[in-house]
Design a protein around this ligand. Sequence first.
Ligand SMILES: Nc1ncnc2c1ncn2[C@@H]1O[C@H](COP(=O)(O)OP(=O)(O)OP(=O)(O)O)[C@@H](O)[C@H]1O
Length: 608
Amino acid sequence: MATPQHNSDVLVVSRNEHSDSKEHVYLEETFYILSKKNSVFRVRLTSKGLSLMKETDGNSKEQTILLRDIIGSKCMRSKRRHPGATSCVCSSLVGHQQLKVVDENSGDLDENDISAYLYIYAYILKHSRRNLKRERTTITLRFRSFDKYEDNNKEAQKWRTTLKCLIAGQPITNVPPPNDKKLLILLNPKSGPGRARELFQTKVAPLLQEAEVPYELHVTKHAQYAREFVRTRNVYAWKGIVAVGGDGVLFEVLNGMFERLDWQQALMEVPLGILPCGSGNGLAKTICHLYNEPYIGENLTGLTMALARGKVAPMDVVRIETKTKIMFSFLSVGWGLLSDIDIESERLRAIGGHRFTVWAAARLVGLRRYKGVLSYAKIKDVSNLPRPKLPLTLSHSISQDGALDSPDAEAFIDCDEHADVFTSTVNGKHQRVDSWYSVNSRRSAFYSTRGSEYHSVTSGGSEMRSPVHACMHGPAPHLPSLMSHLPSHWVHEQGEFIMVHIAYQQFIGEDFLFAPRSQLSDGVIWMLVIKAGVSRSQLLSFLLGAGQGTHAEMNNEYIKMIPVSAFRIVPEGTEGYLTVDGECVEYGPIQGEIFPNLVNISVPDTKI
Ligand SMILES: Nc1ncnc2c1ncn2[C@@H]1O[C@H](COP(=O)(O)OP(=O)(O)OP(=O)(O)O)[C@@H](O)[C@H]1O
């Protein structure tokens, strides 16, 4: 049997710490291993998580799988072996490869094995010097104290229910917390390099299955589909609305909400979420960065776990006004260089996020200048904002986080060295044969949660109402109308600009740390102004420093970062791009003001 490894991701609690009064022990059981008679495993379910203490010859080692890393659990029974295979319970467990379990309702049960197996699924945060990732681990507890399966199952179910209550943060009862509402998933199959559907099936659906989170998946059929969907449906029927795609789909969802008469109640009661499959993915990267969740492109584990846990945080939105439209934005407004890169690199969509880098290099050669007037209401004191964090340098290797796809991946602890059946003796008699070991990650066969629905592009008979003229609601603006004079305390700058980029999230793309001091709900808009006259080398160092956010400290004649609560841009001429959350809007005067805490957004549960 392999000794449990002390991975740096696992909290190693000493015995003294164990008496910490804050840690409440809900369930405790002892497990034995046949081949290691001098080792005892004490497994406890505590307010911190699953504590696994191995005791050998008076020495003990403890590892705790934190509650926040556990996504779900399942009770199983042994699967019937094929004719010719031995029916001996012990030999059926020789080598974890051979352990086959099924649902208790399956018609393929091994009636000879009266054990109940509790599978506990966890995605453990693993730190190393240069990166941070999640590794999938399955802990299997075998309950076999009693002579009848029903009694063993009752025991396993007790652990499972307690675990579910703890995960849900609810009082411990005999019944699992209700799970009546589904998540609404709106997936854009065209986002980024077009892999959203595949990523959902391989990275998201199996986790939702393990977490027993039911969902209803709708694949968008065209642009504005998600917006109309949200505007016209009874959104209260869902536990939350999740955009799977780029920032553009969430922009549609958000604006669909503001097109509802009941926008305030809908936004308060129905949280939003994002699973990044686009090319920019600024909000998803921001959320992960703020909550210390690893963000690795196309790896959706952390944010899927966040959806399953149901923790939300308030988020600011910015009300934007152009000559003909009102919209609500959660990410950015751009004019000039960065917007040009964003829009013109669309043709390179197939290469994902790299399109921005390639186009940026091209655009530096033919630098454009834009004339206009920039006005803003400056926030004088931002000293109370938290200090910025530097982004983690992540290796771009494929992480174990993708272990669902990797049947060979190493499990976090492997106490099972192929032939261990865990046995307990009470008063010298073999009354109980419990097992505790972890099995290697394996590909999940489940692609949809029980009770989930899948609405494909080809499904006919959409119940969506035909588009009607939608009216934008939302909070009343404090700004004068776009063509009216601004208040006297506003600052005005007239001249030629290379760009004005305005954002209210830390990241505006996966690799672009735009506003290191920004928080999800701080009421601050960060405005980067780069004026004509800036040298190419200054611009180059700005773009190269974007990954680390170093430009945010720049404050010179040509480049400056200003915290504001509202802004107006009035471009001269008709040639150019204006973008809102990465989407092109009409070129002309535009203004915006921030409204704090209007939206609840799904965030990782990082509390210990
Ligand atoms: N089925 C569809 N076919 C075509 N376009 C769609 C469809 N569904 C949504 N869209 C539109 O695709 C646009 C881009 O979507 P999205 O933001 O998901 O991807 P992206 O632009 O690659 O990502 P990012 O915004 O992070 O750069 C949105 O404006 C959205 O309206």
